[in-house]
Ligand binder design. Structure first.
Ligand code: GRF
Length: 210
C-alpha cells in the first residue's frame, strides 16, 4: 500500500521539490499552504498535485485555523504529514491528532538552535559544525524524536546566506531519505529515540564530508 503524504508549507517549497524529484514510494495526496502566494503551491499545481490554500489570516485565532487545517489534512487520509517550510507553530490539538505521523525539517542540529534565525545564531555562537535535522513533531517546539541529521562545516567567511545554502543542500538529501524510511516502515521509536529497523549501527546520521 502506497504511503499517502500530505505536505504543509508556507513559502518557497524547495524541500517539496526535492521530495517530488526523489521519486519516493509515496503518493503526495495534497499540498496545503497557508499563504496564497507561496511558491511551493505554484510548484505543486505545475506538477499536477492537489494544491490547497488555507489562508490563516482569514481565521480569528490559531485554534480556529488549526481546527480547519486538521480537518482538511484528515480529509486526505494521510499516513504521513510532512512539514516542509511550514512557518506557523501548530497547536497541541493539531499535533495530538497526527502525532507519530508528523515530520518536520529544522535547519540546525537539534537540540541546538531550536526556533528561528538558526544560521545567524550559529554564526554568532561561532560553532564550527552546523546542519539540519528531520524529527517527529511533538508539542515542544523543535524537540521531537530525531530521525536523521546532516552536518556541514561552518567556514570563516560564511554569511547567514552562504551557510543557509550549504545546509539547504543537505536538507534536500535527508528529508527524502527520512520520508523513504517512514514509508518503508523502517523507523522504530524506542523511548523517544528513533532507530532504523534491522540497522542498529544506524544509518540515520548522515554526515557528508563537504
Ligand atoms: C528550510 O530551511 C526548512 O529547514 C525550514 O524552512 C525552510 C523551508 O525551505 N523549516 P523551502 O520552502 O523548503 O525551500
Amino acid at each position: 500500500m502506497t504511503c499517502r503524504v500530505v505536505v504543509l508549507l508556507s513559502g518557497r517549497g524547495s524541500n517539496l521539490r526535492a521530495i517530488v524529484e526523489a521519486r519516493l514510494p509515496i503518493e503526495i495526496v495534497a499540498v496545503i499552504g497557508n499563504r496564497p502566494q507561496a511558491e511551493g503551491l505554484a510548484y505543486a499545481r505545475e506538477r499536477g498535485l492537489t494544491a490547497v490554500v488555507l489562508d490563516h489570516t482569514e481565521y480569528p485565532d490559531r485554534a480556529a485555523f488549526d481546527a480547519r487545517l486538521a480537518d482538511e489534512v484528515a480529509q486526505h487520509r494521510p499516513d504521513l504529514v510532512v512539514l516542509a517550510g511550514y512557518m506557523r507553530i501548530l497547536s497541541p490539538a493539531f499535533i495530538a491528532r497526527f502525532e507519530g505521523r508528523l515530520l518536520n525539517i529544522h535547519p540546525a542540529l537539534l537540540p541546538m538552535f531550536p526556533g528561528l534565525n538558526t544560521h545567524e545564531r550559529a554564526l554568532a555562537e561561532g560553532v564550527k559544525i552546523h546542519g539540519c535535522t528531520v524529527h517527529f513533531v511533538t508539542v515542544e517546539l523543535d524537540h521531537g524524536p530525531i530521525v536523521a541529521q546532516a552536518a556541514v562545516p561552518v567556514r570563516a567567511d560564511d554569511t547567514p546566506d552562504t551557510l543557509a545554502a550549504r545546509v539547504l543542500a543537505q536538507e534536500h538529501r535527508i528529508y527524502p531519505q527520512a520520508i523513504r524510511w517512514f514509508a518503508e516502515g523502517r523507523l522504530v521509536n524506542v523511548d523517544g529515540r528513533v532507530n532504523l529497523k534491522d540497522d542498529l549501527a544506524s544509518q540515520s546520521v548522515l554526515s557528508p564530508g563537504t
